[in-house]
Design a protein around this ligand. Sequence first.
Ligand SMILES: [Zn+2]
Ligand SMILES: [Zn+2]
Length: 336
Amino acid sequence: MLGSRWAAPNGGKTPETHILVTHYHWDHIQGIPFFSPLYVENNEFHFYSFRSKFLGRDSLKQVFEAQMALPYFPVDMSAMSASRKFKEVDGGESFTVGENNITTRWLNHPQGCLGFRIETPAGIVAYATDNEPGDAKLDESLRELAAGADIFINDAQFTPEQLETTRKGWGHSSWLEGAKVARQSEAKTLVLFHHDPDSTDRMVDSILRQAREEFDSVYAASEGMVVTLGAPGDRVQAHMPGTRTALRREAQFQAKVCGVTEGGKDFEEETVVRDISLQGALISLKNMPRLQSELQVTMEAPGADGVQSMNLRGYVVRIDAGAEKGHVAVGVVFTD
Ligand SMILES: [Zn+2]
Ligand SMILES: [Zn+2]
C-alpha cells in the first residue's frame, strides 16, 4: 500500500530513503519483495539492521536474496533496480541520517530485535516492536528509547491477561505495559501497534478504550494511518486511512451529538451527518470537541419499521476547518 502511493508519478527524482529494519521475523520482512519503489532505477535506499548470529555478515542482504530465491519469487535480486546499501548497526549505537539522530537499543525478543529512537527537528519518535517486558536491563532500554518521545509506537499484541499466562515468553507486550512505559518515560502520545492477527477491529477498539483510561493520548495503529509531528508545541495529528472509513456513503442523517469541548465542557448539538461509513463519520459541528474525546452520536435512520434511532459511540480522531463558517469538520471513528 505504501509502495503504491510512493510509486505514483511525481516527475522528479525520489530522495534517498532510509529504512530501519528491527529484525528478520516474517511479519517484518515479507513485504520487501513486493515494495515496488525497489524496482525503480533512480531510487536510492539505505537499509539499517543488525548482524544476526544465525546469518552472519550482510544479514539483511542475505534475507533479501533468500526471499527472492526460486521458486519463492518470480524474479531474482537483479530485477531490483533501485540502488540499495546495507548498513549493520548494533544495539546501543547511535548514527545520524541528515539532521536526524537515531539511537538503537536491544529489545527482549526471540533471536533479537532492535528498537529505534529517532530525534528529528520536529520531535522524537520511538519505535519499539517486538518486545516482551520483564527483563530489567531491556525494560530500562525501552524507557531510554521512549524518554520524552512525542510519538511512542509500542508492541501491543497481547492482552495483559494473555501476557501473564498463555503468551508468556512469546516476545510481545500489551497495551497496559505500553501505557506504563509511556507514563514512566513521559512520552506524549502512545501508538498501540503490532496487533494480534486474531484480534478483530472490534477487539482492537476495546483495547484502545481500556488504554485510554490509563494514558491520555493513545491511538491504535491501523493500515495506512499517518501520524504527523507538529512544529514544537503543536500537537501530534493522526490521520485515519480509507480502510477505517471504507464503505462510505453520501447520506443525510439528522443527528444529535454529545461530547466534551476542548475546554472540558459537555456539549450537545443538533447537526446533519453527511459523510458516514460503518466505521466512522465526518461531522460538522459548531462546538470544538477535544481530540481523542468520546462522542455519542444519535441518528434518525430509516429502517424497515419506519424511522429508527441509532446510537453510536466513537472518538474524535481529527479536527479540520469546516466547510461552513463557524463550524469544524470532526472525524469520528465508531467503536460500537
Ligand atoms: Zn518478531
Ligand atoms: Zn513482529
